[in-house]
Design a protein around this ligand. Sequence first.
Ligand SMILES: *Cc1c(COP(=O)(O)O)cnc(C)c1O
Length: 250
Amino acid sequence: MHDARTIADNVERVERQILAACHKAGRNPNEVKLMAVSKTHPVEGLSAAYAAGLRLFGENRVQEFQLKSPQLRAHGLEVAGLAGDEARAVRVHLIGHLQTNKASKAAGIFTGIDTLDSFRLAKRLHEAACTLERQLPVLVEVKLSAEGTKTGLEPESPEFAELLEQLPDLRHLEMRGLMTVAPLDENQEVARACFRQLRELRDRLSTQHPRLNFHELSMGMSGDYEIAIEEGSTMVRVGTAIFGARPKPA
Ligand SMILES: *Cc1c(COP(=O)(O)O)cnc(C)c1O
């Protein structure tokens, strides 16, 4: 399953489909990044994806990546954004929910955090980044539908407004944009509506908060990344279509 040939073929196919989706939507392919979601897969999989040209990875658990990051180093790969030789660097972002008590650990092992969902967490990450003397890129996770995942901030909530108010003063956090997970639904128009909502929210917020950067729109997964690209995604998070099915939890 983690055969390097298969992964290389999958990467090539996904990249071709991204190009086609960009073409269809009249978008510049340079504006869409492919994040390989390597959660649950061994570092041999990451290494094969690296060999196929990928440099951006997504992991969803602090503990899992704590175990994997020394193994990455054993494969000759460094995690970008942390101290060290960055010649063979990969960017690894956290895309799963982060508990406040794991914030400082996360700030020490990931290139960036794509699931910022409270001011409390932002403060903890900022303190940790400050101690580590680094800049930490973040995306704010937005929850757009009741059926979607439980994580993320609702765009009309006071917590969301508070976070955006405070972010410019947290100098060690680099706000880069928004992230969302669309609800699982047979009907792809449900995902499309969700992606469109995130883009419209971004457009609105960028005028309301000129000190913050909302460039990045992380949306779209294996089942719906082409639609996400049509709706403005700048970063698609693709796991299954690259690495194959994830083992079911026991
Ligand atoms: C697992 C996961 C993905 C990738 O899902 P696939 O359907 O395997 O492509 C993307 N985003 C998040 C937040 C995930 O947890």
